[in-house]
Design a binder for this molecule. Structure first.
Ligand code: F6P
Length: 766
């Protein structure tokens, strides 16, 4: 304790001394001026007195000066002696010759001769200071005149003025003492004030923060903090900690309860319990899980790339229900019934896909425009400027209405739990709630949420937030995104925030805001080759791309500027430059699914990537080897699986990514075996997969070094790391994610009775 406090006391002391020194300097200067003035007044008093005395004796002295010196001395005898501070007089001829002087003046009378001469010459009185036996003497010389008015001599009056210096010194001592007391009091006051106002509260705050970090019951922030902002922020910090702890406790309690890993069946049972009687499950998203396209004259079914579909399809397959999404495939209309419905997956139907139709203009304005040229770059910190056009916003609102209407048509007057997905449908929760307050509405945001400063540039930000806060539960991947979201709401909306429960109340409706890190399902459950069939498939790919027995690293991405593909290619280039021993022995395969290609920025990005790959390949390639295979086309699930299985390394280098499920799919593909994951610190997955080689994609040297480290990592270390990551993903799989979200949503306070009451008045949300 003493060790901690000494430097802080010294700091207050230094501050006190500095302030006291300033005060003492000013007071000292004032005291000096005061003493100087008083000294002058005293001297003036002596002068007046000397003048009066000189006037009294002047006639006698003038008479005496008419005589010879001996006669004059006789005439003046006994008249020139002083008393008290008046030492006496001396009489001089105009040339300074001493005529007569009092007995106490004789010793130093010759030293008064110069001032006497000066008075005689100027005809005006003059004064001087001299000393005799250490005593300061003040001499006033007054010119004398004869009967004709001519200068006849000088009368000098001598006073002992030691009392003036004595008085000045006394004053200085008094003032010095006063200044000393003020200085001391100032030091004490400053030390006490800083101690009680800053040092002690900050010390308590530090102590409280330490307890908050290390103990479970740290209580409220300490009282007396110097700023209300600090108190406010500390309160939030504590609330975040408590919420995180609670979530952690809940998770670990769930883990204790979970004797086995979450499965599709377990989720189904849990969902049935959470949904209760007669409540259906509806998922609504922009992207559909199955898309029908005409290829080579035939209708083909494809599963679109992206985390949303990968995560939600197994959930719907487990729980059943309806998935409402935009029918964007060119053969989608041909494959649905009169209500736009089709059962999926086509080969083993488990749930209903209901397609929503949008015109080309609507798709352009809502999806390509507002969602992907506006909100997408706004939420991802990838240095891409968001574009907000008023016309796009109108389409966005219209399309959101359309999706919401489709949900309302689907549920009719039934009870339902609606899971709204992602940034394309931010307005849907509020539209649903306004129409049917009794619906249980959850919104899951699959991408990051930026900080309030970044978000507030969106001209339609408040409407987006109001739309989202129609949901009873808003989910993000990470606690950090929840914090950012609540901060944003706090800054932009007139709402009530409950940081302890991570809830917002807007116009009487409460929304909980919680993290639910999304995940994947086990590859065993997916319809992909295994065993010998998988080995054959891998051999075929190796032959087709002439991969031989080189070390294979793989990347699987939608071709998007947030995925860090140029950074990845440059790191591979640098790796080969630095370690030429890997030329011909290391191959990187990028399975890049073209995405949002109607947006110029995406088209440019694709063109630049192809040019960059060409450049790097040209630099290093040989006749039978090239370092990068950029396979820019749609890849089905089975191809992705085969590449993930064959590659001893997977690289994820997102510049910013909500979660990134490819990282988790790779870990699942390795099933606890051998493999190295190189993972960007800016992907949400990095929080859970800390055994990956974590890189900053902007740091090419570090990135290249991580690739070398991964290639050269020993088998034991590879297995240990992969084993730990596998356990994490297995335990936190997508079924657990969905169970957690659905269970939480089922527990939110919704007055479902109002479901039977028909639409609420506009803006009236229960
Ligand atoms: O990650 C955000 C996201 O919208 C996901 O929800 C989806 O999986 C992915 O991007 C694909 O985007 P799109 O639907 O535009 O192809």
């Amino acid at each position: 304790m003493a060790l901690i406090e000494r430097p802080r006391l010294a700091r207050s002391l230094r501050l006190g001394l500095l302030i006291a020194a300033l005060i003492a300097t000013v007071l000292g200067a004032l005291a000096w001026l005061q003493v100087r003035d008083e000294r002058e007044i005293d001297l003036k008093d002596v002068t007046l007195r000397a003048e009066a005395l000189a006037q009294q004796i002047a006639p006698t002295a003038e008479g005496a000066l008419a005589l010879s010196n001996p006669e004059a001395r006789k005439a003046l005898r006994g008249r020139l002696d002083g008393y008290g501070r008046l030492l006496g007089y001396a009489v001089f001829r105009p040339d300074g010759e001493l005529v007569a002087a009092g007995s106490s003046v004789l010793d130093f009378a010759d030293r008064m001769a110069p001032v006497a001469r000066k008075a005689a010459v100027t005809g005006r009185q003059a004064s001087s200071m001299t000393q005799s036996q250490g005593i300061p003497i003040y001499a006033l010389a007054v010119p004398l005149k004869d009967s004709k008015g001519a200068s006849s001599g000088v009368l000098a009056v001598a006073h002992d003025v030691s009392f003036i210096d004595g008085r000045a010194t006394g004053r200085l001592v008094q003032y010095g003492f006063g200044i000393g007391v003020v200085t001391l009091l100032t030091v004490i006051l400053v030390v006490a004030a800083t101690w009680f106002t800053y040092e002690r509260p900050l010390h308590r705050l530090a102590d409280w923060m330490r307890r908050l970090r290390t103990e479970s019951s740290a209580g409220s922030p300490p009282p007396g903090l110097p700023s209300s902002l600090l108190l406010h922020e500390s309160d939030r910090l504590a609330a975040s900690f408590r919420a995180a702890r609670r979530a952690d406790r809940q998770l670990s309690q769930a883990a204790v309860r979970a004797e086995e890993v979450w499965t599709a069946e377990r989720l189904r049972v849990q969902a049935v319990t959470a949904l209760g009687q007669n409540r259906q499950l509806v998922v609504v998203s922009n992207r559909e899980p199955y898309m029908h396209q005409v290829e080579e004259g035939k209708v083909q079914m494809i599963v679109p790339a992206g985390g949303l579909v990968a995560a939600l399809d197994p959930v719907l397959q487990a729980c059943g229900g309806v998935w409402i999404a935009h029918g964007s495939g060119d053969a989608d209309r041909e494959t649905v019934d009169a209500h736009g419905r089709v059962m999926v997956p086509p080969e083993d139907p488990h749930y209903t896909l209901k397609r929503v139709w949008l015109t080309r203009e609507e798709e352009q304005g809502y999806y390509y425009g507002f969602a992907n040229e506006g909100l997408w770059p706004l939420c991802h910190l990838a240095h891409e400027r968001p574009l907000f056009r008023a016309a796009d916003w109108d389409y966005y609102r219209m399309a959101n209405e359309r999706f919401a209407r489709a949900v309302l048509d689907e549920v009719g007057t039934d009870r339902a739990m609606v899971l709204v997905q992602d940034y394309q449908l931010a307005l849907v929760p509020r539209i649903l709630k306004e129409a049917r307050p009794g619906l249980r509405v959850g919104l899951f945001w699959h991408i990051p949420w930026p900080n309030p400063e970044a978000f507030r540039i969106c001209p339609f930000g408040k409407s987006i937030l109001a739309g989202m806060l129609g949901a009873d539960l808003v989910g993000f991947h990470l606690q950090q995104y929840c914090n950012n979201f609540l901060e944003t709401v706090d800054r932009l909306m007139e709402s009530r925030l409950d940081w302890d429960h991570f809830a917002v109340e807007l116009k009487g409706h409460a929304s909980e805001v919680l993290p639910f890190p999304i995940s994947v399902q086990n590859w065993d459950e997916r319809n992909v080759p295994a065993g010998a069939a998988l080995a054959e498939q891998i051999a075929a790919f190796k032959a087709r791309y002439k991969l031989g027995d080189t070390y294979i690293a793989v990347g699987v991405d939608r071709v998007d500027y947030t995925k860090g593909l140029p950074e990845r290619f440059r790191a591979i280039d640098r790796f080969l430059e630095k370690y030429p021993r890997y030329l011909g022995r290391f191959t990187f395969v990028e399975l890049g699914a073209p995405s949002r290609t109607h947006i110029p920025r995406y088209r440019d990005h694709m063109a630049r990537l192809e040019a960059l790959v060409d450049e790097i390949n040209w630099k290093h390639q040989t006749d039978d080897w090239k370092p990068i295979h950029f396979l820019a086309t749609h890849h089905d699930v089975s191809t992705v699986h085969a590449f993930l299985c064959m590659a001893p390394m997977c690289i994820v280098s997102s510049l910013h990514d909500g979660m990134n499920l490819v990282a988790k799919e790779y870990v699942e593909a390795k099933a606890g075996g051998d493999g190295v994951l190189v993972l960007s610190e800016f992907a949400g997955a990095a929080r859970e997969l800390s055994d990956a080689l974590i890189i900053n994609p902007y740091d090419t040297e570090q990135f290249a070094e991580a690739i070398r480290r991964g290639v050269e990592m020993g088998a034991d270390e590879r297995r240990e790391r992969m084993e730990r990551m596998f356990r994490t993903v297995e335990e936190h799989n997508v079924y657990r994610w969905a169970a957690a979200f659905i269970t939480r949503l089922a527990a939110t306070r919704v007055d479902e009775a109002s479901a039977d009451d028909g639409p609420a008045a506009s803006g009236q949300i229960v």
